[in-house]
Ligand binder design. Structure first.
Ligand code: SF4
Ligand code: SF4
Ligand code: SF4
Length: 368
């Protein structure tokens, strides 16, 4: 793949792994970001963090479906992508940068469309599904800017107002340089660059860089109720380090995959795919390696203490965890300075409550 505006890889790359199996769509992450960054005029419609229900949800409407159609659906030979990326498609059409879609205002108006809508039929009362994948399914996909290695947004900006920071790989729009041409809105395949009609400039997730500079996790990561997120630093596959949680999940165990790798921007938010969803659907979203990733995850939950411990470490500290270690059935997380900032048991202790509470003289029903 060729990228029209080559930039050197940053010294460190802001990245995260989201475990889709744990997300409950509580939208706490969405609200945490909204309250912090997009509560002003012109930002009413913006959700830099959003959580959509797949297969029917999307914000903006049909963002992924429309772009996949535009680049020709995308094809694979084994694990190798043989279709066109957004950059290659642009070359084919005679432009210099990246193809994209530009959503209409109306398309942004339904961030919760399709929420909890099931694919594959109706679930009736008392129904019990006990095989994987499920014949009726949906799942929640939390999305922020991917702080891509090859940002589609930056490739389209005629003002060169979008830049990728060398120190952490966070992609930002310089508000002083932006003239509001909205090219980045179209060029971002994930629709994470948005136009503010009040200021006349474009805006996007800024990776909560003031927190990241202090070694802290972002607002959306810290607030996550389901503890589905692990933020950290990601190396390239050749430089992967086994005690780096993200390298371990992405490169060593290949459990976490990029969203729509077909687009060609090398996104840096990775997903552990949902195990309840049929593989053909997952393949078009995460690529062909998804089948193995799902099997590995299911296996890990049963037998693999390292992965069990690492997954339990998600969301366990407001500090960025850049190293982890296992010892005596516990997992330890360390920050960039090597200070221990989290300790979690691999198996949570179980407390079984008796149905009858003698002190209060009440019966409690266990509904789980
Ligand atoms: S997700 Fe979009 S806005 Fe974010 S860096 Fe990639 S192309 Fe740019
Ligand atoms: S990283 Fe910060 S700015 Fe980006 S979506 Fe999360 S809370 Fe919002
Ligand atoms: S806070 Fe976490 S669990 Fe809740 S919707 Fe966001 S990503 Fe999912």
């Amino acid at each position: 793949m060729e990228y029209p505006y080559e930039v050197p890889r940053p010294e460190k790359q802001f990245a995260a792994v989201f475990d889709t199996n744990k997300c409950i769509a509580c939208q706490t992450c969405t609200v945490a970001c909204k309250n912090t960054w997009t509560a002003g005029r012109g930002q009413e419609y913006m959700f830099w963090n959003n959580v959509e229900t797949k297969p029917f949800g999307s914000y903006p409407l049909a963002w992924d479906f429309k772009l996949l159609q535009k680049i020709g659906g995308g094809s694979w030979r084994g694990n190798v992508y043989t279709g066109k990326t957004i950059f290659e498609k642009a070359r084919e059409e005679g432009h210099e940068n990246a193809v994209g879609i530009f959503p209409e205002l109306e398309d942004w108006a339904y961030p919760n469309i399709g929420e909890d809508e099931i694919f594959g039929g109706e679930v009736e009362q008392g129904m019990h599904i006990n095989s994987l994948p499920h014949m009726m399914w949906f799942y929640y996909l939390a999305r922020i800017c991917n702080h891509c290695t090859y940002p589609g947004c930056a490739s389209r900006c005629p003002r060169k107002a979008i830049y990728k920071r060398q120190e952490d790989g966070i992609v930002l729009i310089d508000q002083k340089r932006c003239h509001g041409y909205k090219q980045c809105n179209e060029g971002c395949p994930y629709k994470k660059a948005m136009f503010n009609a009040h200021t006349g400039r474009s805006e996007k997730c800024l990776g909560c860089y003031p927190k990241v500079e202090k070694g802290l996790t972002t607002q959306c990561m810290e607030a996550c109720i389901g503890k589905i997120r692990m933020q950290g630093w990601l190396n390239t596959p050749e430089n992967a380090e086994e005690d780096n949680p993200l390298d371990y999940l992405v490169h060593v165990r290949k459990l976490a995959l990029p969203l729509y790798p077909q687009f060609g921007t090398e996104p840096n938010i990775y997903y552990i795919p949902p195990i309840n969803v049929p593989v053909p659907f997952l393949k078009q979203m995460f690529g062909p390696r998804v089948e193995k990733a799902v099997l590995n995850y299911r296996e890990a939950l049963r037998h693999d203490k390292v992965l069990q411990g690492l997954i339990t470490l998600f969301g366990s500290s407001p500090q960025i965890i850049s190293r982890f270690k296992m010892n005596n059935d516990k997992t330890y997380g360390y920050n960039d300075k090597g200070t221990q900032v989290a300790t979690v048991p691999i198996q949570e202790p179980k407390h079984i409550r008796k149905p009858f509470d003698k002190n209060l003289e009440v019966y409690r029903t266990d509904i789980t």
